[in-house]
Design a protein around this ligand. Structure first.
Ligand code: ZN
Length: 414
């Protein structure tokens, strides 16, 4: 498989090819860029002044307003799991399906999978993109696919043991469920898993360790979103230092979520994606609402493909307090480094006596030296986040359980 990443000029040429004639091909872009002369875009600066696109724009184009090719060129649609009313429908051409498969096969290779692997796929099949993408990529690689879909734990366990699956693909919550089930049934010595490819929702360090230990696997985070092919547009390598992404298919920008301006390299912002080759429904400067940063420099694995950090959270989870931007993952990171503090925590932001206060509740084991641990948490929050907090150690089990770090920051100021 080709391992050639794009140079900056190659990327820009791809963007110009994308923009050329897009108004003719797509009613959506005809309207969106009605006042913009796309032929006048000759530099990155010009491009970065184009308005961002939003999921709401896509929803307004329901059902097939995004389609940028004739009907006979569309071979499939996928749809985002719309929790809020109207779904987003994305049409794919045969070329789009092929490109997605190529990217996904690269993901498996990045994770060290080979033709000898047996890949058990548990994400769902259907309108939502996940399962079929995992399958197409694995078949392209030449591995053996065990196409399970989610649920039916008995059958999952049976396939893990009898077929000796070596790779499991799952969401983090489903991987955790399988790990617990392996433990409960005492199957640890009967399974042959070596790798787990986990959909990159934001998940905690404790959950990672549990899955890795119980299933006996190395974990790889895979990234993607339905609007842009689906999972498979980026994945972590064995060095676990962010996720490589395929810059010959996609252009990534990290922008200030309020101004839309690029943030300095290495700083955290919102990931914005432009598809370089997508035909059915190309997206230009699409806001993912995912918070991350570019990881500068070459990776120890030697891959030429650039990296973003693991997804740190959603822009919706981000709040500004005392002029500092905070989100749950930051506290997770701080607490992870403090001996004696567990990864269960809650952050309360209040407005008391005319000023904002941030209280960090976290669990500590019985008999721990709470004052010392609290002082350490205060010191590290100041150092890492730039924020003075009120640390409050509580007993294990005192805080409500949630695997999602996003439900841990409460802004009570308004
Ligand atoms: Zn790497």
């Amino acid at each position: 498989m080709s391992e050639a990443n794009f140079t900056k000029p190659e990327q820009f040429a791809a963007i110009q090819r994308l923009l050329a004639g897009i108004k003719q091909r797509s009613a959506f872009y005809r309207e969106k860029y009605a006042d913009v002369d796309l032929a006048a875009i000759r530099s990155w600066e010009d491009f970065e002044r184009l308005p961002l696109s939003e999921k709401a724009d896509l929803r307004n184009a329901y059902p097939l307003g995004l389609q940028a090719v004739p009907d006979e060129d569309v071979v499939r649609i996928h749809s985002s799991s719309g929790t809020t009313g109207t779904p987003v429908i994305i049409p794919y051409t045969a070329g789009d399906v092929e490109d997605w498969t190529t990217m996904f096969a690269r993901c498996y290779e990045m994770a060290g999978c080979t033709r000898l692997d047996r890949i058990q796929i548990t994400p769902g099949y259907g309108l939502w993109t996940a399962g079929i993408g995992f399958q197409a990529g694995a078949e392209r690689l030449g591995a053996m696919v065990v196409p399970m879909g989610p649920g039916n734990t008995d059958k999952q366990m049976q396939m893990l043991t009898d077929l000796k699956s070596t790779v499991i693909c799952a969401t983090s919550s489903y991987a955790l469920l399988l790990a617990e089930e392996v433990e409960r049934r005492g199957l640890r010595d009967k399974i042959h898993l070596r790798r787990a490819i986990i959909g990159s929702e934001r998940w905690g360090e404790k959950m990672r360790r549990r899955i890795a230990d119980e299933l006996g696997v190395r974990l790889y985070d895979i990234y993607g979103l339905t609007e842009i092919y689906g999972p498979g547009i980026g994945i972590s390598c064995q060095h676990e230092c962010g996720m490589h992404y395929w810059d010959d298919y996609l252009h990534f920008e990290i922008v200030d979520q309020h101004t839309g301006a690029p943030v300095p390299e290495g700083e955290i912002g919102e990931l914005v994606i432009t598809t370089l080759r997508k035909e059915g429904a190309p997206l230009i400067r699409y806001r993912t609402h995912d918070l991350t940063r570019f990881v500068p420099g070459p990776c120890a694995c030697g891959s030429p493909f650039p990296r973003i950090a693991d997804i740190l959270g959603r822009t919706d989870d981000m709040v500004k307090v005392k002029g500092v931007i905070v989100f749950p993952a930051l506290f997770d990171e701080v607490l992870h480094k403090v001996d004696g503090a567990s990864s269960e925590f809650q952050v309360m932001i209040d407005h008391l006596d005319g000023r904002d206060t941030v209280t960090v509740f976290f669990e500590t084991a019985e008999g721990a030296h709470r004052e010392g641990i609290e002082a350490e948490v205060r010191r590290r929050c100041k150092e890492r986040i730039g924020l003075t907090v009120v640390p409050k150690a509580v007993a294990v089990g005192d805080l409500p359980r949630s695997e999602k770090k996003t439900n841990r920051l409460f802004d009570n100021r308004y």
